[in-house]
Design a protein. Structure first.
Length: 261
């Protein structure tokens, strides 16, 4: 365990008293850290920048712990934006300095913007890259978690609503506030793929086989022929998109647009 991980474990330990959900967020943060480092290495970043990417991943959800303690929920709409909360926390009481002696702005931006639908134009190229690495790692882990839990999300006979379905087929990420049915949540998860930035991210996603497993699980969960049909069509669409990204020479996109949990 390195120094940063020790500090992170020490920081999060008191929050474990607030329930099992805290353990899930600790584990998620550690996995996103590893994924960020993987992506950074594949982008041939220097060891120092790879370390910074790992710290971005480790600390991206630091606001989740206070969010749970203060509000008892991880729902940003019902409580506070956990990205803002994380940035605020890192800025206070020398917390960020305890983790890193440089690249503070980059780490703060990763915490603040990892879950935003779109990124501000004001971000410089270097900062944007670290934020995008963090966003990709976060999404890969979120999809992996959903696939691994071995339990489908309950859709209660609903189908994906027409506006959300159209947006997903248009290759757009889904905004939380636009979801109106239980099945929309599935479309939102699948559409996370459209916001990945790097070819290596698609490779990591493919290695997990998360998308196929989610589709199989959700298709078995529902009795609605219409939702089964939607899932099949979305699966084909997402697969085609992933193939296209893996076949293209560079998947880096000019601006992060999308939505992360
Ligand atoms: Fe997050």
């Amino acid at each position: 365990m390195n120094e940063a991980e020790k500090r992170f474990i020490a920081f999060t330990a008191p929050y474990l008293a607030y329930g099992d959900m805290i353990r899930l967020k600790i584990d998620h943060s550690l996995r996103v850290r590893d994924l960020c480092a993987d992506i950074a290495r594949h982008l041939c970043l220097s060891p120092a920048d790879t370390e910074t990417a790992a710290l971005c991943g480790l600390l991206h959800d630091i606001g989740r712990f206070e969010q749970w303690r203060r509000f008892g929920t991880f729902d940003d709409l019902a409580s506070a934006d956990h990205g803002d909360l994380g940035e605020e926390l890192l800025r206070s009481d020398g917390l960020l300095e305890a983790f890193a002696d440089h690249d503070h702005d980059v780490i703060l931006a990763a915490a603040a913007y990892h879950g935003r639908y779109s990124l501000p134009d004001t971000l410089d190229e270097r900062t944007r890259m670290f934020v995008n690495i963090t966003r990709d790692a976060d999404k890969i882990d979120i999809l992996g978690l959903l696939a691994d839990r071995g339990q489908a999300k309950k859709t209660h006979g609903s189908i994906i609503s027409p506006p959300v379905y159209r947006a997903a087929l248009d290759g757009k990420a889904i905004r939380k506030q636009d979801m109106t049915t239980k099945a929309d949540v599935i479309a939102m998860y699948l559409a996370l793929v459209f916001d990945l930035n790097y070819r290596i991210s698609f490779e990591l996603l493919e290695k997990n086989g998360s998308i196929g497993r989610i589709i199989t699980m959700q298709t078995e969960e529902t009795d609605s022929p219409e939702l089964k049909q939607q899932l099949q069509e979305l699966h084909n669409h997402v697969n085609l998109y992933i193939r296209g990204q893996l076949d293209s020479p560079d998947t880096r996109r000019p601006a992060g647009v999308g939505y992360t949990l």
